[in-house]
Design a protein around this ligand. Sequence first.
Ligand code: SAH
Length: 372
Amino acid sequence: MSDQPKTGQLTFVAPRRAKPQRHLADLTMAERRAAVTELGEKPFRADQLSRHYFAKLTGSPEEMTDLPGDSRERLVSQLMPSLLTPVREITCDDGMTRKTLWKLFDGSLVESVLMRYPDRVTMCVSSQAGCGMNCPFCATGQAGLTRNMSTAEIVEQVVAGARALARGDVPGGPARVSNIVFMGMGEPMANYKAVIGAVRRLVDPAPEGLGISARGVTVSTVGLVPAIEKLAAEGLPVTLAVSLHAPDDELRDTLVPINTRWKVAEVLGAAWDYAAKTKRRVSIEYALIKDINDQEWRADLLGRLLKGKLVHVNLIPLNPTPGSKWTASRPEDERAFVRRLESHGVAVTVRDTRGREIDGACGQLAAATPAP
Ligand code: SAH
């Protein structure tokens, strides 16, 4: 585990650690064929393996009857190592919300959350073990950054959820994952390369990837401006979410410490460029914290900044985290905040607090080791 960061301290570069084993989900189809060839097999074996993993969602050699018996074990151990070990699973909402704690090969712990709704299934995935962005109201930020996750470690969280849904482990009958939000542990834009690799694996059609619609994928960031610009140039129509939490630099400097590097105006500028390039509506995330950022004048200021833009505001009632002195806004203040924003013609919704009872809601993922 890393040391607890000091107030406002940012960690951009993840500590160097041993890397997880290579997995086919780390690789493009061309790279998979090359890897298979290096192992002395015909290139088309890569397509077969990919079909097993991404389409049939299986990782067990016994089920891969189209592969010669002697190469199965070797191909699977070399290209489909198991990267995530489930440590604990907690559910609520009659099983419709499930949070899984995973142990990675080096003992690092991360969490993912699956949320089933009548019309969709959303998975919230982690992109780093810990986080270096140190937002004081977020549980993940308090323990600092342990390491970046690999592309395959990120993808495996989704594949695990897809398997559970396909098996019928989630009440409501078999289903597929329709939406992915990079809103679990970590700052996705600080682990750019692995995250983009994961997004490509999620949206590439099977057997190259899982074939999830890019429109169902949301990447959330505290506002690493150069990375937002890079993302805009990828040609991937994913939704960008910006964790704003304050419309003024003075307050945002303390709530989202990255603001000391890139100011509100710069982050929003990058967001509008992103919207213009991708034609996708940008989400603005705003946790409502009682008497801190929920004043009507701040709603007004926010409304003026967002007016007329391709944007949607998600207000999140602050979720409780250990040791935090802050709490969610009073209902009447929340309502007033919504009204003020709407008076500027800005689209706004208040996010549900799914998973709060199991510490699986926004900002609550901390991956504490479970009691023995
Ligand atoms: N690091 C990225 C991805 C994490 S997303 C980012 O910050 O955008 C998690 C979302 O939950 C962010 O919008 C974050 O600001 C918000 N959040 C963190 N702690 C919270 C809390 N205690 N209550 C409500 N939302 C919180």
